[in-house]
Design a protein around this ligand. Structure first.
Ligand code: GLN
Length: 459
C-alpha cells in the first residue's frame, strides 16, 4: 500500500500539486513497522496501514508545518497535534501534508505561498479551499482519507468542488490542540473521504475530549459506524432554508442538486419542511468581521522574534524605525501574503478603539441571532438540507483578484461555523461540464451520528 501511494503521488503531483510535503520513502518504514507489529501478534489500531494525508495547518513532529505561508516555511513543530497523535495511535500511515490557502484564508488554494493546487476533475479549475489539497488528494486517489480544517467552509467547499465527502464537526467535538489558529471560535478539524462511511470512520478516531484544548467538549462520542450501519430516514424531518434555495446567490446547477436531494430524501421516507431564517443575509458580513478580528489577534505572534520568518534588517532601516520595530515590520511584510495582510488590517481596524462597538461587538450580537435561527429551526426539524456552494468549481484565476467574489463562495457554509454546529458536504452529481456538485446537511450540536446516518441514505 505504501509503495502504491508513493507511485500514485509521483503520477499525480506534477499536475495536481496537492502536497506541500510527503513522507517519501519514510512511508515504507512506517508501513514496515506496522507490519512487524502485526507479525508479532499485536492487535493493531482501527486505521492500521490506511494512508491518511493531513492539511498543512496541523502540527507534525516528522514533517514541517507551513500553513502554506512563507512565514512558517521552516517551522518544524516539536509536538504533534492531538488529531495527528490519534492518527498515529490508530496505526494510520501518515502520507504527507496538503496544500492550502495561506493560514486557511481563502476558498481556492490560490493563496498558498507554494503555488496552486489543481482540481483533479478539471485541472483548469480550483479544487476549492482552504483545504483544497486535502480534498484533491482524495479525489485524485492519492489517499482514501484526509484531515482538513473548517473555519467558514474550508472542508465542505473543497469537498463539494472535488466530488468527495467532508465533515465539519460540532465546535469542540475535535481537539484544536496543534491546529495553527486562524479564528479560534470558529476553527474545527474534520475528515474528508470518498463517502459517509469514510467520514464516520475517521471522525470516530479523532473525536473526543482533550484537556489540552480549553474549548474541547467533555461529552461522550457516539458510535458513528454503528449509526450508519442502520441507514434509515423514515419519519425524519428535514428542513430547507427557503430563502437560500430560492435566492439569486445560488446558480441553477447547484439549486438543481438540492432539489434532487429533496426528492431522494422524500422517496426514502423523510418529510421535507420549509424553515424560515431571519438572518441569512448577515452570515457572510458577520463572519468577515469576526474571523478577521480573531485572525489579527492570533497572527500577532508571527513577528520574526517569537515566531516565524525573520527578515534581514539593514542598518538604515534599523536606524529609521528602531531595530525591533523594523524587524517586526519587515518580517511581516515579507512573511505574509496579500490576503493574510488584508485580514489583519480588517481585523485590527474592526477591533480598534472607537470601532469595536460598531463592528466587532455588533457582529457578536448578530452571531447570537444567527444561532437563534438555528435553535428555532431545530425545534421543528431534525436536520437541515441545502447547498454547499453557490456554483461548481470555478476556473483558476477567476476570483483571486476580487476578494468580495471569493468571500461570497462562503454564503452557505459560514452559518454552521458561526453557530458551532456540525455540517457535512455530500457529493450530489455534476454539472453538464462534468464538474462535481455537493449538497449540505446541517445538524444540532453533537448530532453528527444522525447527520451521517441520513447522509448514507443519500449517497
Ligand atoms: N473561505 C473562508 C475564508 O476565507 C473559509 C476559510 C476556512 O474555513 N478556513 O475565511
Amino acid at each position: 500500500v505504501a509503495r502504491a501511494v508513493l507511485d500514485r503521488a509521483a503520477a499525480t503531483e506534477p499536475t495536481i500539486a496537492a502536497f506541500t510535503c510527503t513522507a517519501g520513502e519514510q512511508l515504507l518504514d512506517q508501513a514496515a513497522a506496522i507490519d512487524r507489529r502485526r507479525s508479532a501478534g499485536e492487535t493493531l489500531g482501527p486505521l492500521a496501514g490506511i494512508p491518511v494525508a493531513v492539511k498543512d495547518v496541523l502540527c507534525t513532529t516528522d514533517m514541517p508545518t507551513t500553513c502554506s505561508s512563507r512565514m512558517l516555511k521552516n517551522f518544524q513543530p516539536p509536538y504533534d497535534a492531538t488529531v495527528v497523535a490519534k492518527l498515529r495511535a490508530a496505526d494510520a500511515l501518515l502520507v504527507g501534508k496538503t496544500n492550502m490557502d495561506e493560514f486557511a484564508m481563502g476558498a481556492s488554494t490560490e493563496n498558498s505561498a507554494f503555488g496552486v493546487t489543481r482540481n483533479p476533475w478539471n485541472t483548469d479549475c480550483t479544487p476549492g479551499g482552504s483545504s483544497g489539497g486535502a480534498a484533491a488528494v482524495v479525489a485524485a486517489s492519492n489517499v482514501p482519507l484526509s484531515l482538513g480544517s473548517d473555519t467558514g467552509g474550508s472542508i465542505r467547499q473543497p469537498a463539494a468542488f472535488c466530488g468527495v465527502t467532508g465533515l465539519k464537526p460540532t465546535y469542540g467535538r475535535v481537539s484544536r490542540f496543534g491546529l495553527v489558529a486562524f479564528a479560534s471560535s470558529l476553527d474545527q478539524v474534520g475528515p474528508l473521504g470518498w463517502d459517509v462511511a469514510d467520514n464516520a470512520l475517521l471522525l470516530s478516531q479523532i473525536a473526543g475530549f482533550d484537556q489540552r484544548d480549553s474549548t474541547s467538549l467533555d461529552a461522550p462520542v457516539d458510535d458513528y459506524l454503528a449509526a450508519i450501519a442502520n441507514a434509515d430516514v423514515r419519519g425524519l424531518k428535514i428542513g430547507v432554508i427557503r430563502d437560500q434555495l430560492d435566492g439569486d446567490g445560488l446558480a441553477d446547477p447547484a439549486r438543481h442538486a438540492v432539489q434532487q436531494a429533496i426528492e431522494v430524501f422524500t422517496a426514502a421516507g423523510a418529510t421535507i419542511v420549509d424553515v424560515q431564517f431571519q438572518q441569512t443575509k448577515y452570515w457572510v458580513p458577520t463572519y468577515y468581521i469576526i474571523a478577521p478580528c480573531e485572525a489579527s489577534s492570533n497572527l500577532s505572534r508571527y513577528d520574526g522574534a517569537h515566531y516565524g520568518h525573520r527578515a534581514e534588517v539593514s542598518s538604515e532601516e534599523a536606524q529609521q524605525h528602531g531595530p525591533l520595530v523594523a524587524t517586526y515590520c519587515k518580517s511581516r511584510e515579507e512573511g505574509f501574503g496579500a490576503e493574510v495582510k488584508r485580514r489583519i488590517m480588517l481585523g485590527t481596524y474592526s477591533l480598534s478603539a472607537g470601532y469595536s462597538d460598531r463592528y466587532y461587538s455588533k457582529a457578536l450580537r448578530v452571531r447570537r441571532l444567527i444561532r437563534g435561527d438555528y435553535d428555532a429551526a431545530f425545534e421543528q426539524v431534525d436536520l437541515l438540507l441545502g447547498p454547499v456552494t453557490p456554483t461548481a468549481a470555478f476556473p483558476l484565476g477567476d476570483k483571486v483578484d476580487d476578494p468580495l467574489q471569493m468571500y461570497l463562495c462562503d454564503l452557505f457554509t459560514v452559518g454552521a461555523n458561526l453557530a458551532g454546529l456540525p455540517a457535512i458536504s455530500l457529493p450530489a452529481g455534476h454539472t453538464d461540464a462534468g464538474l462535481p456538485l455537493g449538497v449540505q446537511l446541517q445538524a444540532p450540536p453533537l448530532r453528527e451520528a444522525a447527520m451521517l446516518r441520513a447522509g448514507t441514505v443519500f449517497q
